[in-house]
Design a binder for this molecule. Structure first.
Ligand code: NAD
Length: 486
């Protein structure tokens, strides 16, 4: 398959070796028209073992490089992603469905992880201090944790991969990436850019697979794999945590969400509508931090519902490759049908449908921007991660009660607060059980910020100053050094 005259890799990257290029094990489809894009090769257990052998050699080589050398290679990876932005954006749109404009935004976000962690690679602070009783010096150093097994979802095929690869490489780890079966092409292409940037071939492997479980079994059984970093559903995250328990594998988990968005009665109306739209509609709602439950102060409830419905109805849905399209298809038939059944269930129970709600005929996994309010208790849509372009609006009268309701979920990834009084907004944000909170901002992800969830939304943080720490071990060396070490 060619994009911009570049022949895309479709095989496995087992360390420095590209294997099974051209083998047709797994079909990859364009969700906008259901056409077959290409096939890719699938890894089996033997390939996974070979990837660990390669990663072991890659780790021995890569960990010896200086932080400065790693930083410069990562910075080259950033520039290469920027140079190839249009190509990567095309690949993302073709296999995932989001609009080209959003795909370009994803490439910017994804590439920034290389730039951010290039800076972090040379900022790892080792330390030397005196024990309070003066009997020794306390030396603290950091080591790369080892071979990292990275598992990513389909919704941001570039960014979810680089958010893990960049800190892992910055720390000196080698990586084995298992991308989602729906969107392997982006990850495979990014892997070629890493080679081009100068990352040793053995330090990065990419294994697509028909059976994630088979690959995971090999990874968790091998003593040399010391880290798992997973982004995906809480359900699969729990399985991986069980697997990791056997050998106590260092685990980072970025899991599902059920983000509340609170429009307080002192919100600036236009800002609240605009930012709610952004928090809902990015990637057609297929985002772990999408606003899932929109709580609106009773005084604004009706006008807000109508204004949001008007904006949602005005969005142009279509093939993401058309530059004037605002919202692309969902990723696959299952996701489309799940969204449709959540809306149908709510409407059949008496919810008020302000716009959308009807699945279009024809090819492609489209679902229209939809707004629901007056949703009766018991509707499944109030409890579930929707993962689609459906805004669920719920009125509230009492701030304490709505904060309690917002927190009444096993998830704790993102939340949003709309208020024109910053002190008020921050005081509400602090009471929300969410790892990430946006105030008057519907799009908040940033490589420089720590991203991750509380409760069953995850363990650990990606990005920010702490992201590299997820891929290091801290070592304390007690030195017999009576008196001050200085
Ligand atoms: P998923 O959990 O079904 O799959 C994620 C990845 O795990 C895929 O690569 C899949 O092949 C793999 N997988 C499945 N079973 C596995 C196993 N036994 N061993 C190893 N890998 C396995 O999730 P999805 O449908 O791809 O993505 C949607 C979910 O991801 C949503 O719940 C969303 O909230 C979550 N998500 C979270 C974040 C975050 O940062 N917290 C970001 C994006 C998506």
């Amino acid at each position: 398959m060619n994009v911009h005259n570049i022949s895309l890799p479709t095989g496995l990257k087992i360390g420095a070796e590209w294997r099974y290029q051209g083998r047709a094990d797994i079909p990859v489809y364009n969700p906008a028209d259901e056409s077959l894009l290409t096939h890719i090769a699938a890894a089996n257990a033997d390939d996974a073992k070979d990837a660990i052998d390669a990663a072991s050699k890659g780790f021995a080589e890569w960990r010896k490089t200086s932080p400065r050398e790693r930083a410069e290679i990562l910075r080259r990876a950033y520039h290469l992603m920027q140079e190839r932005k249009e190509t990567i954006a095309q690949i993302i749109t073709l296999e995932e469905g989001k609009t080209l404009n959003e795909a370009r935004g994803e490439v910017n976000y994804a590439s920034e992880f290389f730039r951010w962690f290039a800076d972090q690679a040379v900022q790892m602070h080792d330390a030397l201090s005196s024990a309070p009783n003066g009997d020794k010096a306390i030396m603290v150093t950091h080591h790369p944790v080892g071979i990292a097994y990275l598992v990513t979802p389909w919704n941001f095929p570039a960014a979810m991969a680089t958010r893990k690869i960049a800190p892992a490489l910055a720390a000196g780890c080698s990586v084995i990436l298992k991308p989602a079966t729906e969107t392997p092409l982006t990850a495979l292409y990014v892997a070629t850019l890493l080679e081009e940037a100068g990352v040793p071939g053995d330090a990065v492997s990419v294994l697509s697979s028909k059976s994630a479980r088979e690959i995971s079994e090999v990874m968790f059984a091998d003593e040399r794999v010391r880290k798992v970093s997973f982004t995906g559903s809480t359900e699969v995250g729990r399985v991986l945590l069980h697997n990791a328990a056997e050998r106590v594998v260092n685990s980072s988990m970025e899991l599902g969400g059920n983000a509340p968005l609170l429009v307080l009665d002192d919100a600036d109306f236009d800002t609240a509508v605009e930012q709610t739209l952004m928090a809902k509609i990015r990637n057609a709602g297929e985002s772990c931090i999408a606003a899932n439950r929109i709580f609106v102060a009773r005084s604004l409830y009706t006008t807000f519902s109508e204004a949001l419905a008007e904006k949602m109805a005005a969005l142009k849905m279509g093939d993401g490759r058309d530059e004037d399209v605002d919202i692309g298809p969902l990723v696959n038939r299952d996701t489309q049908q799940k969204v449709a059944s959540l809306v149908d269930d709510a409407v059949s129970r008496g919810a008020n449908l302000l716009t959308g709600g009807v699945m279009p005929d024809g090819n492609g996994y489209f679902y229209p921007p939809t707004v629901l309010n007056d949703i009766p208790a018991g509707a499944e849509i109030l409890e579930t991660e929707i993962f689609g372009p459906v805004a669920v609006i719920i009125p509230f009268d009492d701030e304490d009660a709505v904060i309690e309701e917002a927190n009444n979920t096993i998830f704790g990834l993102a939340a949003y607060v709309m208020s024109s009084d910053t002190v008020h907004a921050v005081s509400v944000a602090k009471r929300l059980e969410a790892g990430v909170v946006g105030i008057n901002k519907g799009v908040i992800s940033d490589p420089a910020a720590p991203f991750g969830g509380m409760k069953q939304s995850g363990l650990g943080r990606e990005g920010g100053y702490v992201g590299i720490g997820e891929f290091t071990e801290t070592q304390y060396i007690g030195l017999d050094w009576p008196g001050s070490p200085a």
